[in-house]
Design a binder for this molecule. Structure first.
Ligand SMILES: [Zn+2]
Length: 304
């Protein structure tokens, strides 16, 4: 059933207050990609076991596949069935219209990323689009997240090593971050400090000194995208510094795919893939989520 505006406002107000608490208490919300119902159940099971608050997130592909209202209902039903603290993030919404649709569907977190659709979008275009979403989000109180330019990588498996010299050119700067937050009024700044979308053959390296400088320059929340393939100690330090939201996608997809391949091979007679996914894949993906929740220091922090 669709939420009423009053319910949306209540949920968004709680999400906003909880982000402030996370920042003050030095823990971060894990934002886990929802590919399908099994991944949602894997996140819910981990959140329940660890008593951790979580975000599930969908980007444009999942929104097209599942539908905004179906996602809202799926999450609300699961949240209730598991008794967990869970919110939804619209990740990388490619246009102001897509972001507005997410706000109207009652998503508590909205990430507007016009440079995803157009990597060469001008600073002005990005700022204007972000401002429009921030203004529209007042309808429900949803938190708006953005960044000043295109953020690299994609949620895939990469064979190449990471060229840090090249990536360094796209890192956030404290001055740039401050100017962008002031120009747009966003709630959460998506920092680029060595985090990168996708999974690579080498571990990622986060520039924690730079993160500290950005933290000192800003008065809003900070998020990290592209968290997969990052050694846990970086996350532990990043949440101490003051990151409040960390996105994870590829590590879950990799575990899902690897386990599914293995189990299909071992069970050639079973024609119900769904049964195998429920029995074998969900617990494996759930373990990935659990390990991140520990790194993010969010275990034991849920308020139902
Ligand atoms: Zn992202």
């Amino acid at each position: 059933m669709p939420q009423t505006l009053a319910q949306m406002r209540f949920n968004c107000a709680k999400a906003r207050q909880r982000m402030a608490t996370a920042r003050a208490q030095h823990w971060a919300f894990g934002a886990f990609n929802l590919d399908d119902e099994p991944t949602l159940l894997a996140v819910a099971a981990a959140a329940k076991k660890m008593n951790a608050p979580v975000l599930v997130e969908v980007s444009h592909g999942e929104v097209s596949d599942i539908g905004l209202d179906n996602i809202r209902d799926l999450v609300d039903n699961t949240k209730q069935a598991y008794g967990v603290e869970m919110y939804i993030n619209l990740d990388h919404s490619p246009s102001v219209e897509a972001a507005k649709d997410g706000i109207e569907a009652g998503f508590e977190f909205i990430h507007i990323d016009v440079s995803q659709a157009d990597h060469n979008a001008s600073d002005e275009t990005i700022i204007e689009a972000t401002k429009e979403v921030v203004a529209y989000a007042r309808l429900t109180g949803a938190l708006v997240e953005s960044e000043p330019h295109y953020f690299g990588g994609s949620s895939d498996l990469f064979k190449d090593k990471i060229d840090y010299e090249l990536i360094r050119q796209t890192f956030s700067t404290p001055e740039g971050a401050k100017a962008f937050v002031e120009a747009t009024g966003i709630d959460t700044f998506a920092a680029a400090i060595g985090n990168l979308h996708g999974k690579y053959p080498v571990p990622k390296i986060l520039d924690l000194k730079l993160l500290e400088q950005i933290r000192n320059a800003l008065d809003c929340n900070i998020s990290l995208h592209g968290g997969s393939g990052t050694p846990g100690h970086y996350f532990k330090d990043a949440v101490k510094i003051g990151v409040s939201k960390i996105n994870i996608n590829s590590d879950m997809r990799f575990a899902y795919r690897t386990e599914l391949d293995k189990i299909l091979k071992e069970n050639p007679e079973e024609i119900s893939v769904a049964k195998l996914v429920t029995k074998y894949v969900i617990p494996v993906v759930s373990k990935v989520v659990e390990s991140k929740l520990k790194d993010f220091n969010s275990a034991g922090k849920a308020i139902i």
